[in-house]
Design a protein around this ligand. Structure first.
Ligand code: F6P
Length: 547
């Protein structure tokens, strides 16, 4: 079944939410806490190693009921069934969206056009497992007989961001292999990585779903040419493997078929780290840990598919985003992990969220007259506290923020961890409560500040508070927890797309720039001349004169 095409604005639930918003009973979070001693218990979900506290939001129980009505009106249950059942919900590309099959834990057949796809998924997993074992154990060797020391992932977008984020996130669990990522077509990027490497001990993993991506092919060619200055064409088989759906193009590139790890068109690029696209992850932490990552995601899938909406973490978090985005007019959301290991989570989710839901045409092909995809940004705490938190606390913009923290650290430096977590809790409390003029005055009085100076300083020291946050507190950063966390955000994206009546799994918006870049490149080589706007024409000619 295709996804229903419901304009959310035409639903009764939407009007009810608008009236509810206009009544203004949700606007003051601090007041809501003061009037309900049990509020924290009412707005929290505990699931496995996750505790999600969403009580510090501009919501009441009525808000949640109305938001859940909206989900029902937009036929979210049907959409979830279509998603997990492998219907072609990516309609503009006529594809199923089945990254969930890659981490299925109940092992029930997953049918695509009547054929169970689990056996072929298992085959590729077995291939990955054997390959990782041979590289990690030192059984597989480079062209001079040395064991591998370095793995270089060459890919871009979903073929880079997921593996790079997870390898960083799981650095604590890493083995002896050094991992590197080359993504940008900027030649300085590839050169900076290559200059550190020994061709005798380096394995290149070329990742491209389509194997037509300009950046990846350029970087793979440069890496291959660099390698061929040392090894021979016959040695390439030992040092280059590829992950792709496009077996023909990979073999034409010079990588033999036994060195290809297949993937499928029903895995979207930005949801592909669970497939062989995650090969660099499995090499870095071992295949068993990669499996734990998949299991965590698979358990979150089950939670999302089977739980009632009111206790369903991805559904609740998605609805809160809709509330702020469409009723409070918030344009962006921040994501602050309190662990340095998750420093790449926000950039990773930028692709997931903004490539998926950055759409302005609805599922019937009509322009949309309401807000869709949010802007997502963030950096780990506590660093970000010393960078952009001023704007979160006292700026003019409303920025709902997810705080992600862990009860236990990986290395166990308790003193550090207590300091980190005290900041974690303090920030959401400060964002909620702010600081009143009376408190500021009390502080001035205690410090016996001169009244003139106190009167001048007071307005600058007041914090309005009332800034919404979600707290996601997880036992520990394990592969299992990370898998579940990523899957949580994947499903949040899906729910929002369903409600906003858009297609979340295509990305036509990135194509135009690619086409124009190719035609400008042809101009550089004198192969064509194109008419440009005045600005672009003069910039191109300035570049050509000076390069
Ligand atoms: O830039 C868009 C995009 O198609 C992403 O969706 C994808 O993750 C990336 O390019 C890389 O594509 P490929 O894996 O085919 O090289």
């Amino acid at each position: 079944m295709a996804l229903h095409k419901v304009n959310p604005l035409t639903t009764q639930a939407w009007s009810n939410l608008q009236n509810h918003f206009n009544e203004g009973n949700t606007h003051n979070i601090k007041g809501l806490f003061e009037s309900d001693a049990d509020r924290a218990a009412k707005f929290r979900i505990q699931w496995k190693e996750f505790l999600v506290d969403y009580s510090k939001n501009r919501i009441t129980l009525e808000t949640m009921t109305l938001l859940l009505d909206l989900a029902k009106s937009c036929k979210l249950s049907d959409a979830i069934k279509s998603y997990f059942n492998g219907e072609a919900i990516n309609e503009t590309e006529n594809r199923a969206v089945l990254h969930t099959a890659l981490r299925s834990i109940d092992k029930k057949p997953v049918l695509l056009n009547g054929v169970d796809i689990l056996p072929e998924i298992q085959q590729v997993k077995d291939q990955m497992d054997r390959f990782c074992q041979s590289i990690i154990s030192g059984e597989a060797r480079g062209y001079t007989g040395k064991t591998f020391t370095d793995v270089v992932n060459i890919g871009i977008g979903g073929s880079d961001l997921g593996p790079a984020m997870v390898v960083d996130a799981l650095a604590y669990y890493k083995n002896h292999l050094n991992t590197h990522f080359i993504s940008n077509v900027d030649g300085d990027h590839v050169q900076e990585v290559l200059k550190k490497l020994n061709p005798e001990t380096t394995l290149f993993v070329i990742v491209s779903k389509t194997f037509t991506t300009q950046e990846t092919l350029a970087n793979a060619t440069t890496a291959q040419n660099w390698f061929l200055k040392h090894g021979t064409a016959a040695d390439i088989a030992k040092h280059f493997v590829a992950v792709s759906t496009n077996i023909e193009k990979v073999t034409a590139f010079g990588i033999s078929s036994e060195n290809i790890f297949p993937m499928w068109d029903w895995v979207g690029g930005r949801f592909s780290l669970w497939s062989a696209v995650g090969l660099t992850i499995a090499l870095a932490v071992g295949f068993d840990k990669f499996e734990e990552l998949l299991t965590g995601a698979g358990e979150m899938d089950k939670h999302f598919r089977d739980s009632d909406f009111h206790e369903n973490i991805p559904v609740v978090l998605a609805l809160l985003t809709v509330w702020y985005n469409n009723f409070y007019g918030a344009e962006s959301e921040a994501l602050i992990p309190y662990t340095q290991y998750l420093q790449k989570l926000a950039p990773y989710l930028q692709q997931g969220i903004m490539e998926s839901n950055g759409k302005s045409v609805d599922r019937s092909g009509n322009p949309i007259d309401y807000q869709t995809g949010t802007i997502i940004w963030g950096e780990p705490g506590t660093n970000s506290q010393h960078a952009f938190f001023q704007l979160l606390h006292q700026g003019t913009k409303l920025i709902p923020t997810d705080f992600i923290g862990f009860v236990k650290s990986c290395h166990g430096l308790q003193d550090h961890h207590d300091k980190l977590m005290s900041n974690f809790f303090a920030q959401t409390e400060a964002l909620l409560n702010g600081k009143t003029a009376e408190t500021v005055q009390d502080e001035f009085d205690q410090a016996q500040m001169n009244p003139e100076k106190a009167a001048f300083l007071k307005p600058f020291k007041v914090f309005s508070g009332n800034r919404p946050t979600n707290t996601i507190l997880i036992d520990q950063l394990t592969p299992h927890a990370l898998g579940a966390l990523i899957a949580l955000y994947e499903h949040k994206i899906f729910v929002q797309g369903v409600i906003w009546n858009i297609f979340s799994y295509d990305q036509w918006g990135v194509e135009l720039g690619k086409q124009l870049a190719n035609s400008i490149l042809d101009e550089f080589d004198g192969k064509s001349s194109k008419k440009h706007d005045g600005s672009t024409a003069s910039l191109v000619s300035y570049y050509l004169d000076k390069r």
